[in-house]
Design a protein around this ligand. Structure first.
Ligand SMILES: [Zn+2]
Ligand SMILES: [Zn+2]
Length: 252
């Protein structure tokens, strides 16, 4: 084999390798994926799902959260005022790289992060025992049309699109809507948040009656938004509501 042929073969090989290379969705460093992962080997372990102890009703991490076999007793808030959803699945805590990516998705328009994050959530959901049938439909916590026009997108909807693509589930964006614009929840205490969102959701069609729903939100803090949206779904006749949350704040 001539030297020129060897050089050409080496160049061809390098071109093939560069086609296989990908940039990490978090740190943007180039890496070669072994499967279809979107995060580099340095970042991926930092996106591990939360496995510590948490309230079984609202997923609030409990003080002894380092225990892997967490308690099955609800937190005081859920005992006093049970949430309207039937089940809850939370990916991780709202901290570290997950918080960083969710903030970039929500406030910096980095919509490319929705796919990798939605895929993480989809794979996490597949690790639960399939004690219940797949949902009839998936909904994302909606934004008010004015808010949607200002931001240009709804980050919860973008995550739901990715999740439904991974799990081949029907996403419905026409059933649940914001009937009233609310003030930003940030900076309000739990009681103020609850009052702020009460009555802000409505259901558009009777299609929910008897349906098993998954309701997805990107971040859950006190749970007042998820409670208001879930209540409306149950009042509209939904057979069950499973709340899916990408990240849970560690403290209420
Ligand atoms: Zn990375
Ligand atoms: Zn709870």
């Amino acid at each position: 084999m001539s030297v020129a042929t060897l050089v050409r073969s080496a160049q061809w090989l390098l071109r093939c390798l560069s086609l296989l290379e990908r940039r990490c969705a978090h740190c943007l460093a180039p890496f070669t994926p072994t499967r279809d992962e979107a995060f580099c080997p340095r970042c991926l372990p930092r996106f591990a799902p939360y496995k510590g102890a948490a309230c079984p009703r609202c997923a609030l991490p409990l003080p002894h959260a380092d225990r892997k076999d967490g308690p099955s007793v609800p937190c005081g808030h859920c005992l006093a005022d049970p949430p309207p959803w039937d089940d809850i699945r939370v990916y991780g805590l709202y901290e570290g790289v997950l918080r960083d990516c969710l903030l970039r998705l929500k406030f910096s328009g980095e919509l490319a992060l929705a796919g990798p994050l939605g895929a993480l959530l989809a794979r996490h959901l597949q690790t639960f025992p399939p004690e219940t049938a797949p949902p009839d439909l998936v909904l994302a916590v909606p934004q008010h049309p004015t808010h949607l026009r200002e931001r240009g997108y709804n980050q919860a909807h973008e995550l739901a699109v990715a999740l439904c693509r991974e799990l081949r589930l029907p996403l419905r964006h026409d059933l649940l809507y914001r009937a009233r614009r609310v003030s930003p929840q940030a900076g309000l205490d739990a009681a103020q948040r609850s009052t702020n969102v009460r009555g802000s959701f409505a259901v558009a069609t009777p299609d929910l009656a008897g349906r098993h729903c998954w309701l997805l939100d990107d971040v859950m803090t006190t749970g007042s938004t998820a409670r208001a949206a879930s209540s409306v779904l149950r009042e509209a006749g939904a057979a069950s509501v499973t709340l899916l949350v990408m990240a849970r704040t560690p403290l209420r």
